[in-house]
Design a protein around this ligand. Structure first.
Ligand SMILES: Cc1cc2nc3c(=O)[nH]c(=O)nc-3n(C[C@H](O)[C@H](O)[C@H](O)COP(=O)(O)O)c2cc1C
Length: 143
């Protein structure tokens, strides 16, 4: 089955409370589970970076909900495209704390490929997907 992935950055809406964010993520995870979508949401208090992946129709429906949400503004798509296998299969949606440095790095990274580098790949400039994988890894082990 062909899979698609989307990654974007956005600005947290000024009136979004901590409780509002919690219920938003719970609602997102519920919807994603039905849509067969998995991913992660990084949040530094000021900005979001979200990655999600799944079947074409599921990703399209989730993206629509994301675009409609008034809980963030200034949505900038960093990349969208095909992915050969799930890169982040761990959660339907899960919020991870991030610092501004990490969110900035993700927002500026090269997202022109979605496949994580393997141990045999040449280490040079890190792709966005690799920066995200390194940031997520400690939470995967703890889950
Ligand atoms: C940063 C962010 C990420 C979201 N991620 C998802 C998601 O992965 N799946 C989903 O179905 N909805 C997602 N949503 C939508 C919310 O779950 C929720 O339906 C929406 O925020 C409610 O509308 P409101 O923000 O205008 O109150 C997201 C919204 C925001 C702001």
């Amino acid at each position: 089955m062909p899979l698609r992935a989307v990654v974007y950055a956005s600005q947290v809406a000024a009136d979004l409370s901590a409780e509002g964010l919690e219920s938003l993520v719970a609602d997102a995870a519920r919807f994603n589970r039905m849509a067969g979508v998995t991913g992660v949401l990084l949040h530094d208090g000021d900005r979001f970076v979200q990655y999600f992946e799944g079947p074409d129709d599921g990703v399209a429906r989730v993206y629509e909900r994301v675009m409609q949400s008034t809980s963030h503004t200034d949505i900038v798509e960093l990349a969208r495209g095909r992915v050969s296998s799930r890169q982040f299969p761990y959660w339907a949606m899960h919020r991870l704390p991030a610092d501004q440095l990490l969110v900035g790095k993700l927002a500026r990274a090269d997202w022109s490929r979605f496949k994580k580098s393997g141990p045999d790949d040449i280490v040079g400039s890190m792709w966005g997907i690799d920066v995200l994988a390194v940031a997520v890894a400690p939470y995967v082990e703890a889950a």
